[in-house]
Design a protein around this ligand. Structure first.
Ligand SMILES: Cc1cc2nc3c(=O)[nH]c(=O)nc-3n(C[C@H](O)[C@H](O)[C@H](O)COP(=O)(O)OP(=O)(O)OC[C@H]3O[C@@H](n4cnc5c(N)ncnc54)[C@H](O)[C@@H]3O)c2cc1C
Ligand SMILES: Cc1cc2nc3c(=O)[nH]c(=O)nc-3n(C[C@H](O)[C@H](O)[C@H](O)COP(=O)(O)O)c2cc1C
Length: 782
C-alpha cells in the first residue's frame, strides 16, 4: 500500500506513525514544505485524558513526549488585582517544536519517509497512492481547491489574537484579564518547558484599534503587550515567532473525504485556542483514521468509517470551543462582576466544569463564591447569612415586594386539561404538589385571556367568574400549604390558536370545533393551518382590554406575580418577530415598531396590576431562523421592557416558525439569558434543558440568570427543590404533615452525599501533575 501525507504537523506525522505501525510494508511518505526544525509557535497543551490516549496508541512516542513535558494542575485567574487558583485540572505542555521533532524521529524509526522543503501544489503526482491524507493545516490548499466538494464553512471570529512566548516561569495555566485605557486585554499563558511559556494575547477589534496595534511590527506589538502585562512579566521578555495579530477562523467542513483523499486536523475543522484542543483534535483524528483503516477492508470503507465515526466527537469539541470563545468575545459583560464570581464564570464557561465539581476540587474557592453571592443578596436588603451561606439556588430573591425563598422555578406548562378554560382537580393537585415540593416560584400554564385566545380546547383561561374561583382555590392552596409564590402567565395564542391538544398533534389545526384566529399578519403556521386575520386597531383594543381584565381578575385570585407571554410565536410574539410580522403600519417594520403593541399591552396591564407586585415578560430570544430575532434583538427587547417597568425577563427561545433550526443541548438557552442579563442589565430567568441542581447553582453563581426555571424535570419530580435542599443541607419550608419525610431525607442526604463525594474522589485517577509532585516530594525526616 502506498500512502501520501501532505503536511508534517501533528496530524500528518501521527497518522504516518500509526499507519506505519499497522502496515509495516506500506510505503508512507510525509511531504512538508518547511524544514524539519522550522516551526512557528511556542507550546502546545494536552489534557491528561489526551495523553492516556497517546499512551495507548504509541507508547514510545508517548514516553518521549511526556519526558519533555511541563505539568501543572492549577488554573489561575488574575482579575482586578485578585488571583483565584483552582486545582485538579491535569494539563501538560510541551514545545510544538519538540513535539514535532519527537514525532519525526519516531516516524523515521518506523520507516516513514519524510520529505521536507517539499511544497505540494498538485495531488496528481500521487495518482498511484492508495490513500492521500490532506493534513495541510488551517489554510489547507487542498480543502480550498475542492471547496465545492468539502464545503468548508469558515467563521472568522471578531476578536484579534497573537501567539507569543516568554521566559516567564508559570506554575499554573494563567488567565490575566487586564483593563487598559483602550479596553480589555486577555492573556492565556502556560509554561511548556523550563524557562519557556506560551502567551496568547486577545482583545476585541475596537480595543485593538484604539491601542494602535494595527500596522505595528511583530516586535512593536510585543513591546506594547509587554507594557500592558509588564507588572506580571516581572522583567521577562516577550518573544515573537510569526506572532502576527489574526482573527481566529472556526472551520467546519461538510465533507471530509473525496475519493481516496481525506482531510485531517486543522484542515477539516478547528477549535478555538481557549480550550487548548487543536493539537489534541489533530492527533486524535490520526488515531480515528488508523482505527478505521484497521477495521475496514477497503480504503473507501475506512474513510467512510472515519468520517462517520469521528464527526460527533469533533463537533462536540468544537461546540465547547464555540461556547468558550463566545465567553471571551463578550468578556465586557462580566467586567464589573465581583472578581470571585468572574473567576467562577471563567472556570465554568464551557459547561464541563460545574459548581459541584469545583466544590470537590476547590472547596475554599466555592465558599468564597457562595459568600460573594450571599453578599449581593444582602445588599438587596435581604437578611441572609454571609458567613455560612447556603448554595446560590437557596438564596432568596426580591422582586418589588415579593420575596421568593429560593431560585428554582416551575416553568409555565400547559396541562391541556381545563374544561372551557376552568382549571380543575388535576390542576389543584399539579400546582399544589409542586408548591409543596419546594420550588420558590410556580408559574401557571399559559392562561388565556378569552375563549378565542386559547391554543387548544384544553387550555386554561381567566375571563369569567368560574375560572376566577377555580384559580383562587389553587392560589389559596399554594399559599396555605407552602412557601411558594405563584405567578400567573397570561397569553393569547394568536395564529397558533384553535389547535389540538399536545398529545393529539401539537400546533396542528383542530378538525372541528375551532374558532377564528388573529395575528400580527395573515400568515398561517403550517401551510394547512387556518389563515389568521390581521389585527386591526379595534381588535387590538379589544385584546388589550381582555389582557387588563384578566390581570385584574388575577389580582383578585391572589397571584403574587404576573407574566405577559410574548414568546413562542403566540399573538404578542407574532408582533415582535419579523418572520411573522409583515405589517406596513406603525406596528410593523423596525423592531421599535414591532414592539409597540406588546409594550402597549404591557403598560396597560402594569397600570392595572398593583404597584407592589412584580411583572415579567417571556420572550423568544432567538427565532433560530434566518432573518428572525437574534440575541442582540433580545437585548433591545429587554431594554424596551426594562424602560417600561418590567422586573424580570423570562428568556426562552424559538417556536416562532415551523422551519427553525434550534441548537439543542444541556442548558441550551442559558447563553441568551446571560446576554440579556448582562447587556440589558435586567434580572432574568433562564430555562431549557436544565436538569440538575448542580446546573442551577452553576448558572446562578456565574451570574448567567437570577432565577432558573425547570419544566419537564418538574413533570416527573415535584420535589426537585426539596431533594436538592437536602443534598446541599439548606433548610426549606415543608408542611407539617410531611415533616417526618423531610427529616429522613435530610438525615440520609448527609451520608449519601459524603459517600458520593468519596466515591468521586476515589474514582478520579491522580493527575500527572499530582503523580509528579508525589514522586519528587522529599521524604519526610523520620
Ligand atoms: C494561537 C494558537 C494557539 C494554539 N494553542 C494550542 C494549544 O495550546 N494546544 C493545542 O493543542 N493546540 C493549539 N493550537 C492549535 C494547533 O496549533 C493546531 O490545531 C495544530 O497544530 C493542528 O495540527 P495540524 O497537523 O492539523 O496542522 P498544522 O500543525 O498547521 O500542520 C500543517 C502542516 O502542513 C504543512 N503544509 C501546509 N501546506 C502544505 C503543502 N502544500 N505542502 C506541504 N506541506 C504543507 C505546514 O507547513 C504545516 O507544517 C493553537 C493554535 C493557535 C493559532
Ligand atoms: C408540556 C409542556 C407545556 C408547556 N406549556 C408552556 C406554556 O404554557 N407557556 C410557556 O411559556 N411555556 C410552556 N412550555 C415551555 C416550558 O415552560 C419550558 O420553557 C420548556 O419546556 C423548556 O424547559 P425544560 O427543558 O426544563 O422542559 C411548555 C413545555 C412543556 C413540556
Amino acid at each position: 500500500m502506498k500512502i501520501a501525507i501532505i503536511g508534517g504537523g501533528p496530524a500528518g506525522l501521527y497518522a504516518a506513525i500509526l499507519l506505519k505501525k499497522q502496515r509495516p510494508q506500506a510505503e508512507i511518505t510525509v511531504y512538508e514544505r518547511n524544514r524539519a526544525d522550522d516551526t512557528f509557535g511556542f507550546g502546545v497543551v494536552f489534557s491528561d485524558a489526551t495523553l492516556d490516549n497517546f499512551e495507548k496508541y504509541d507508547p514510545p512516542s508517548y514516553r518521549r513526549i511526556t519526558q519533555e513535558f511541563a505539568y501543572w494542575d492549577d488554573i489561575a485567574v488574575h482579575f482586578r488585582g485578585t488571583v483565584h487558583r483552582v486545582g485538579g485540572n491535569g494539563f501538560c505542555g510541551c514545545s510544538r517544536r519538540m513535539l514535532l521533532l519527537i514525532l519525526q524521529e519516531r516516524a523515521r524509526e518506523l520507516g516513514v519517509m519524510l520529505l521536507f522543503e517539499t511544497d505540494v501544489d498538485d495531488e496528481s503526482r500521487f495518482a498511484d497512492a492508495d490513500l492521500v491524507v490532506l493534513a495541510d493545516g488551517i489554510n489547507s490548499r487542498f480543502r480550498d481547491k475542492y471547496v465545492d466538494h468539502f464545503q468548508p464553512e469558515v467563521d472568522l471570529r471578531s476578536n484579534k489574537f497573537a501567539w507569543m512566548g516568554s521566559t516567564r516561569p508559570l506554575d499554573a495555566f494563567t488567565f490575566i484579564f487586564q483593563d487598559t485605557e483602550w479596553g480589555p486585554f486577555i492573556a492565556h499563558a502556560y509554561q511548556y518547558e523550563a524557562g519557556r511559556s506560551t502567551w496568547i494575547f486577545e482583545t476585541d477589534a475596537e480595543t485593538f484599534a484604539k491601542a494602535g496595534l494595527e500596522g505595528l511590527s511583530e516586535r512593536q506589538s510585543a513591546d506594547r503587550m509587554a507594557e500592558i502585562f509588564g507588572w506580571f512579566l516581572d522583567g521577562h521578555p516577550l518573544l515573537t515567532n510569526r506572532s502576527m495579530w489574526r482573527n481566529f477562523p472556526m472551520i467546519r467542513s461538510r465533507r471530509w473525504v473525496k475519493g481516496n483523499m481525506v482531510l485531517l486536523g486543522d484542515a477539516k475543522a478547528t477549535a478555538h485556542f481557549s480550550i487548548g484542543s487543536g493539537t489534541k483534535l489533530a492527533m486524535e483524528d490520526a488515531i480515528a483514521l488508523s482505527d478505521a483503516m484497521a477495521q475496514a477492508s477497503t480504503v473507501e470503507g475506512a474513510l467512510q468509517k472515519y468520517e462517520h465515526g469521528r464527526r460527533e466527537e469533533v463537533e462536540k469539541t468544537q461546540h465547547a470551543a464555540d461556547v468558550s470563545l463566545v465567553w471571551f468575545e463578550h468578556v465586557d459583560r462580566f467586567w464589573d462582576f465581583d472578581p470571585v464570581q468572574f473567576a467562577f464564570g471563567v472556570m465554568t464557561r464551557a459547561k464541563a466544569i460545574t459548581y459541584d465539581n469545583l466544590t470537590l476540587r476547590a472547596p475554599e474557592f466555592v465558599r468564597e463564591v457562595d459568600k460573594a453571592f450571599a453578599t449581593q443578596v444582602r445588599s438587596k436588603g435581604l437578611a441572609v447569612d454571609i458567613d455560612n451561606p447556603v448554595a446560590p439556588m437557596f438564596q432568596p430573591l426580591k422582586l418589588r415586594e415579593m420575596e421568593v425563598a429560593n431560585r428554582t422555578v416551575v416553568s409555565p406548562m400547559c396541562m391541556y386539561s381545563a374544561m372551557e378554560g376552568v382549571p380543575g382537580d388535576f390542576h389543584l393537585v399539579h400546582y399544589g404538589a409542586r408548591a409543596i415540593g419546594g420550588a420558590g416560584l410556580i408559574f401557571t400554564e399559559m392562561t388565556c385571556i378569552g375563549r378565542d385566545a386559547r391554543i387548544t380546547p384544553g387550555c386554561a383561561g381567566l375571563w369569567n367568574d368560574e375560572q376566577q374561583a377555580a384559580w383562587t382555590r389553587i392560589v389559596e392552596f399554594v399559599h396555605g400549604n407552602s412557601a411558594a409564590k405563584i405567578c400567573l402567565q397570561l397569553g393569547h395564542a394568536g395564529r397558533k390558536g384553535a389547535t389540538r391538544l399536545m398529545w393529539e398533534g401539537m400546533d396542528r389545526p383542530l378538525e372541528q370545533g375551532g374558532w377564528d384566529t388573529v395575528s400580527a399578519s395573515p400568515i398561517p403556521y403550517f401551510p394547512d393551518s387556518q389563515v389568521p386575520r390581521e389585527m386591526d386597531r379595534a381588535a387590538m383594543d379589544r385584546v388589550k382590554a381582555e389582557f387588563v381584565a384578566a390581570a385584574e381578575r388575577g389580582n383578585v385570585c391572589g397571584f403574587d406575580m404576573l407574566e405577559l407571554h410574548c414568546a413562542h410565536g403566540y399573538l404578542l410574539a407574532s408582533f415582535i418577530s419579523p418572520l411573522t410580522n409583515t405589517r406596513t403600519d406603525e406596528y410593523g417594520g423596525a423592531l421599535a415598531n414591532r414592539l409597540r403593541y406588546p409594550l402597549e399591552v404591557f403598560a396597560a396591564m402594569r397600570a392595572a396590576w398593583p404597584a407592589h407586585k412584580p411583572m415579567s415578560v417571556r420572550i423568544s430570544a432567538t427565532d433560530w431562523a434566518e432573518g428572525g430575532i437574534t440575541g442582540d434583538d433580545a437585548v433591545a427587547i429587554a431594554r424596551a421592557f426594562g424602560e417600561a417597568g418590567i422586573d424580570l425577563i423570562d428568556v426562552s427561545t424559538g417556536q416562532t416558525v415551523r422551519d427553525a433550526q434550534p441548537v439543542y443541548g444541556r442548558m441550551f438557552q442559558t447563553p441568551f439569558s446571560e446576554q440579556v442579563r448582562n447587556e440589558a442589565r435586567v434580572a432574568t430567568m433562564c430555562v431549557g434543558n436544565i436538569t440538575t441542581p448542580d446546573q442551577v447553582n452553576t448558572i446562578l453563581a456565574a451570574g448567567r440568570a437570577d432565577l432558573v426555571a425547570l419544566g419537564r424535570p418538574h413533570l416527573v419530580d415535584p420535589s426537585f427543590t426539596l431533594r436538592a435542599a437536602a443534598w446541599y443541607g439548606a433548610d426549606i419550608a415543608c408542611p407539617p404533615q410531611y415533616l417526618p419525610g423531610k427529616e429522613q431525607i435530610f438525615r440520609n442526604s448527609v451520608r449519601d452525599r459524603q459517600d458520593f463525594d468519596d466515591l468521586k474522589i476515589k474514582g478520579k485517577p491522580k493527575t500527572r501533575a499530582e503523580l509528579k509532585a508525589e514522586a519528587t516530594k522529599p521524604l519526610a525526616a523520620e
